[in-house]
Design a protein around this ligand. Structure first.
Ligand SMILES: CC(C)(COP(=O)(O)OP(=O)(O)OC[C@H]1O[C@@H](n2cnc3c(N)ncnc32)[C@H](O)[C@@H]1OP(=O)(O)O)[C@@H](O)C(=O)NCCC(=O)NCCS
Length: 156
């Protein structure tokens, strides 16, 4: 069973063991780079299966300050990853599906969540689509690794 929850300090050592393939770091960075993005508005989360932490993501409550496509009262999903040893088993999709009930309860004041995903990253794109996100049809073209699809999921 997949659980998503806020990261706590005692998770740190286990989170540091998570990694993605080197070819995937252009999409999310390395775990140690991601962990440097700690701030009041970047809420670190872990994805847990049974008792093990298998993935990570950030809920960004200041995403609208960075991107003009972000709507009012819209969260940002960033740095979503499943450890490389466990990818391709449907866990990413399950984790995204778990997001809706979690966010509806933990982020009640927010109406939707959005993200960008690189056009060269079909695994992530399919994962988000299967988990409930919709492709807005718009592209974000200013990313360092090429154009990105803008996806959104309603939370109301
Ligand atoms: C993206 C990521 C989280 C997906 O997690 P995952 O557990 O590997 O994904 P799933 O096994 O749930 O697969 C979801 C779908 O993507 C498909 N998929 C997975 N890898 C794929 C690939 N390389 N090419 C095409 N489709 C792929 C699966 O077949 C599945 O589709 P289906 O539902 O039609 O069968 C994971 O691959 C990852 O951590 N990647 C590196 C970090 C990253 O790119 N994050 C996204 C940043 S926007």
């Amino acid at each position: 069973m997949i659980i998503i929850r806020k990261m706590i300090e005692s998770d740190l050592a286990e989170v540091k063991t998570l990694s993605v393939e080197e070819s995937q770091t252009k999409y999310v960075g390395t775990t140690s780079e991601i962990l440097q993005h700690s701030s009041d508005t970047n809420h670190f989360h872990v994805i847990q299966k049974n008792k093990s932490i298998i993935g990570f993501f950030i809920i960004d409550t200041a995403y609208h300050q960075q991107y003009s496509f972000v709507q009012e009262r819209e969260l940002g999903l960033r740095a979503f990853l499943i450890d490389k040893s466990l990818q391709g088993n449907g866990l990413g999709k399950q984790a995204v599906m778990t997001l809706i009930p979690y966010l509806k309860s933990a982020y009640k004041e927010w109406t939707s969540i959005t993200l960008t995903v690189n056009c060269q990253n079909p695994g992530a794109y399919k994962c988000y689509l299967a988990g409930g996100f919709t492709d807005t049809g718009e592209l974000y073209k200013e990313g360092p690794a090429g154009p990105q699809y803008i996806m959104r999921m309603d939370l109301k």
